[in-house]
Design a protein around this ligand. Structure first.
Ligand code: SF4
Ligand code: SF4
Length: 468
């Protein structure tokens, strides 16, 4: 009887169906501590031929959620049905592609007078605003987040979560396909994985590793001669140019809001944790684009490798910029996923908005990015936040939620209800069930970026291809 109920509750999907999107917040974060061997199933793990996905996830999504509009067009004698999924944020218009929506917005809706427009080389629909768009959704006290509660850290100390994850089955994969995929990943993560340190269990994307040195080292000496900064605006422009020279794809500057700094750090390599005191005034937030052709293969190995390469590039660009600033005689901390939450900082720094999938959506690359930052006291001029109607867009588009194999992304309205203590409280949002997500990665034997691949903003033409 229990088995029957189980069968009712689950539908078996082959890997191919999952790959086809029947079916990543955590999305696209490199699995484990970067050690490829961690991806291989230990002996006691159940190996399955299919991924089991709760029926409620794959049942037909209610049309009122998707807000698709059927348009019948007559082309000669032929009637064509067009599905319009993209709703204009300014009027009732609906469009079948993001490109058609863009053309409509540009021709029918004038930008606001404060538009950032082309002066800074950003797309024409981007507007500068006085406060970040998450501000309207803050409905309670926003407290500093303890890094220990982040899902990757939980897999080291949270016994209940560890048990749940250990019990998750894994899919069956051709051994040579897995060997080749893991080799691609190993090369891509190499810089991040070592990040200049030979310490055991070092994994660069966690950033600060007490006493481990490496590219994310905090202890590097600051130059004794201070470069005089008479004009912070000029210095900010210079910093952006230098960051791009070192490999950043987008750069923004904000004052460091202490709400986004972790209350405590947690070192996954050693299990050490402690209070975090970051006295610096500014965050220089750096965006690194992830390869579209790789991400598009999610949940396959190439997508994981594209993510891993993003991590290696983060480690390089953040550490180079920090060295530059230190050499100018100012303190600078290069930071990956450690120290502070990169997404709200990136929003403050005018780089994008928070999307339904729980990630930053940039106008240029959508959520197909990795973020890192340099924290410093170098005199700078912060950027203004931006808006490009993502809040309204995500209210009618649920493509990321549809693409998630385990239902970790919420359909419907924003909520303050967390899915677990790994979610922040006090903000109305679409909380991502990072536990379900991270467990799926174990099942999938590599990470997942389905939600990033599904988001129409991910393929915005920088790749020269695109859905638009
Ligand atoms: S499991 Fe879901 S939330 Fe996690 S990365 Fe994949 S699609 Fe995104
Ligand atoms: S797919 Fe992208 S645009 Fe659509 S709801 Fe998700 S985050 Fe928003």
């Amino acid at each position: 009887m229990a088995e029957e109920q189980n069968e009712e509750k689950f539908k078996k999907l082959t890997r191919r169906e999952v790959l086809a999107g029947t079916g990543g917040f955590v999305a696209g974060v490199a699995v484990g501590s970067g050690g490829v061997s961690l991806l291989l199933p230990p002996k006691e793990v159940e190996v399955i031929k299919e991924v089991k996905v709760p029926v409620e996830v794959i049942k037909e999504v209610p049309v009122e959620v998707i807000k698709e509009v059927e348009v019948i067009k007559e082309v000669g004698a032929v009637k064509e049905v067009e599905i319009n999924r993209f709703a204009c944020p300014y009027c009732d218009g609906t469009f079948s592609t993001l490109g058609a929506l863009r053309v409509h917005v540009d021709s029918e809706h004038q930008p606001t007078p404060t538009s950032a427009r082309e002066s800074e080389g950003r797309p024409t629909y981007v507007n500068k605003v006085d406060k970040p768009t998450y501000d309207d959704f803050i409905v309670g006290t926003v407290e500093q987040f303890d890094q220990k509660n982040e899902v990757f850290c939980r897999s080291l100390w949270d016994e209940e979560y560890k048990k749940r994850r250990a019990a998750a089955p894994v899919i069956e994969v051709d051994k040579l396909v897995m060997l080749d995929g893991n080799a691609l990943y190993a090369g891509a993560i190499y810089v991040d994985d070592k990040a200049g340190s030979d310490a055991p269990n070092y994994s660069g994307f966690q950033g600060h590793q007490t006493g481990f040195g490496g590219l994310y080292d905090w202890e590097e000496p600051v130059g004794t001669q201070k470069f005089p900064v008479s004009d912070p605006v000029e210095m900010s422009e210079k910093i952006k140019k230098v960051a791009k020279f070192y490999g950043a794809d987008l750069v923004g500057i904000c004052e460091l809001d202490q709400r986004w700094v972790y209350s405590n750090y947690f070192d996954r390599a050693t299990g050490n944790f402690g209070e975090l005191d970051i006295p610096y005034k500014y965050a220089i937030v750096l965006v690194v684009e992830m390869d579209w052709e790789g991400i598009e293969t999610s949940p396959g190995y190439e997508a994981s490798a594209a993510t891993a390469l993003g991590y290696s590039n983060m480690a390089e660009v953040a550490s180079k910029l920090a060295r530059y600033i230190r050499s100018l005689g100012y303190p600078a901390i290069p930071s990956g996923n450690d120290t502070a939450q990169s997404i709200p900082l990136a929003i403050d720094a005018g780089l994008g908005e928070l999307g339904r999938l729980g990630l930053l959506i940039t106008p240029e690359f959508g959520p197909r990015v990795r973020l890192c930052k340099v924290l410093t006291d170098l005199p700078l001029k912060p950027d203004k936040p931006i808006e490009f109607r993502i809040q309204r867009f995500c209210e009618s588009c649920v493509l990321c939620a549809k693409s998630c194999p385990v239902g970790a992304i919420k359909f419907g309205d924003r909520t303050t209800e967390p899915t677990s203590f790994s979610n922040r409280t006090g903000i109305l949002r679409w909380p991502v069930d990072v536990v379900k997500c991270h467990i799926f990665w174990k099942t999938n034997l590599t990470s997942c970026s389905n939600c990033i691949a599904a988001c129409p903003w991910s393929d915005m033409g920088n790749s020269g291809r695109g859905k638009v």
